[in-house]
Design a protein around this ligand. Structure first.
Ligand code: KG4
Ligand code: ZN
Length: 342
C-alpha cells in the first residue's frame, strides 16, 4: 500500500509515491525556475497555471512508473500550506478530486513539517528530539522538534528569509534567479573577509534572524563599486563576504538553540540547506560542540513530492474517510499542528 504525495506550494510541481517497505517507489519533479527567472522571482499566477498544466500528466507518469492504479493507494497527501494560495489550490483540488474519484482518504500536509521530517526517511535519520533549521526562499525558522506535531518555534526571521537574501544579493550582482547556487559558486573565487558585512541580531539574546540589513549593506558596497568602476574586480569578494555573513548568522543561532534546548542533534532542511559553506561550517561546529548534524540528500532539501508523501505516511492516523475537503492555508504556523491522531 502506497501514499501519493503532491507538492504545489510554490514553484516546483512534485509528485511521489511512498511505500513504507521500499521507500520512495516513483517520483516526478518539474521546476518552474526557467519560467520565473526573467522576472527575478516567483510570479504567483504563472506558478498556478504551470501546476495546472503539469500535475495530471505527472500523476499518470508516477503511477505508471510504479505499476500501480488508484485502487492500490492507501492515501492521497497534498501540501495544504503555507505557500502561494493559487498554487496550493491546484494541488488541493487535484488531490481532493482524485480522492473523491478513487474513494481514497486525503490529507492536507504542512509544507514545513514535510521539510522537517524528510531527513527521517530511510535508515540512519535523526530521532526526536532535535533542533530543526528550516531555511528556504520563504522561511527561516529554528524549531524545537520534540516529536511529530510537537513543535515550538524558537526563532524566525523578522524580515527577509535566508534564501530571499541570497536571491536579492544575486540580483544586485547580476546573477540569475534563484540566487543561492550562483552566489555560492562565485563565493568560491572570493575572499570572505574582504568586506565586513554586518551579522544582524548576533547579540540580540534571542534566536531570531534578520537579513534585510545585510542585504542593504551589500547594496551600498555594490553602489560604491559601480561608481568606482571596480565591481567586476570585487564581485566574487562581495559574494564570498555576503555568504560568510549569512552563514555566520545562521550558525550562531543554531549553536544558541542547541545550548538552550540541550538537544544533541540538528536537522537542516530547505533550499539554503544545500549551501556547502553552511554545511561545512555547521559540521565543524558540531564536532567542537558535540552535536550531530543531519540533512537530507540535495534533492530532498529543495521542494519535492517525496517529503509530502512521507509526511502523509507519518500522519496517516489523521486521514478521515468521507468527502474530501480542499484545504489551502497560505499562512499556517507549525505550532498549530498536533501529534498524529490527536
Ligand atoms: O526550499 P526551496 O527549494 O523553496 C522554497 O522557498 O520553499 O528554497 C529555495 C531557496 C532559494 O531562495 C534559493 O536561492 C535557495 O533556496 N538556495 C540556496 C542554495 N540552493 C538554493 N541558497 C544558498 N546556497 C545554495 N546552494
Ligand atoms: Zn520548501
Amino acid at each position: 500500500m502506497a501514499v501519493l504525495g503532491i507538492e504545489t506550494s510554490c514553484d516546483e510541481t512534485g509528485v511521489a509515491l511512498y511505500d513504507p517497505e521500499h521507500g520512495i517507489i516513483a517520483e516526478a519533479l518539474a521546476s518552474q525556475v526557467a519560467l520565473h527567472a526573467e522576472h527575478g522571482g516567483v510570479v504567483p499566477e504563472i506558478a498556478s497555471r504551470d501546476h495546472v498544466a503539469k500535475l495530471a500528466p505527472m500523476l499518470r507518469q508516477v503511477l505508471a512508473e510504479a505499476g500501480l492504479g488508484w485502487g492500490d493507494l492507501e492515501l492521497l497527501a497534498y501540501t495544504a500550506g503555507p505557500g502561494l494560495v493559487g498554487a496550493l489550490m491546484v494541488g488541493g483540488c487535484v488531490g481532493a478530486g482524485a480522492g473523491l474519484g478513487a474513494r481514497l482518504p486525503t490529507l492536507g500536509i504542512h509544507h514545513m513539517e514535510a521539510h522537517l521530517l524528510a531527513p527521517q526517511m530511510g535508515t540512519g535519520g535523526p530521532a526526536f528530539p532535535f533542533v530543526a533549521l528550516l531555511v528556504s526562499g520563504g522561511h527561516t525558522l529554528l524549531v524545537d522538534a520534540a516529536g511529530v506535531g510537537r513543535y515550538r518555534i524558537l526563532g524566525e526571521t523578522l524580515d527577509d528569509a535566508a534564501g530571499e537574501a541570497f536571491d536579492k544579493v544575486a540580483r544586485l550582482l547580476d546573477l540569475p534567479y534563484p540566487g543561492g547556487p550562483p552566489i555560492a559558486a562565485l563565493a568560491e573565487l572570493g575572499e570572505p573577509d574582504r568586506f565586513a558585512f554586518p551579522r544582524p541580531l548576533a547579540r540580540s539574546g534571542d534566536l531570531n534572524f534578520s537579513f534585510s540589513g545585510l542585504k542593504t549593506a551589500v547594496r551600498l558596497v555594490v553602489d560604491r563599486c559601480v561608481s568606482e568602476q571596480s565591481l567586476d574586480r570585487e564581485r566574487a569578494h562581495i559574494a564570498a563576504s555576503f555568504q560568510a555573513a549569512a552563514v555566520d548568522s545562521l550558525t550562531g543561532k543554531v549553536l544558541a538553540a542547541i545550548e538552550q534546548t540541550g538537544y544533541g542533534a540538528v536537522v537542516m532542511a530547505g533550499g539554503v540547506a544545500a549551501n556547502q559553506a553552511l554545511r561545512q561550517r555547521l559540521e565543524e561546529e558540531a564536532i567542537t560542540a558535540g552535536f550531530r548534524i543531519h540533512y537530507p540528500p540535495m534533492a530532498l532539501c529543495t521542494d519535492n513530492g517525496a517529503m509530502v508523501a512521507y509526511t502523509g505516511w507519518r500522519r496517516r492516523a489523521d486521514a478521515e474517510p468521507g468527502l474530501p475537503e480542499v484545504i489551502a492555508r497560505p499562512r499556517w504556523s507549525l505550532e498549530e499542528l498536533k501529534p498524529p491522531g490527536a
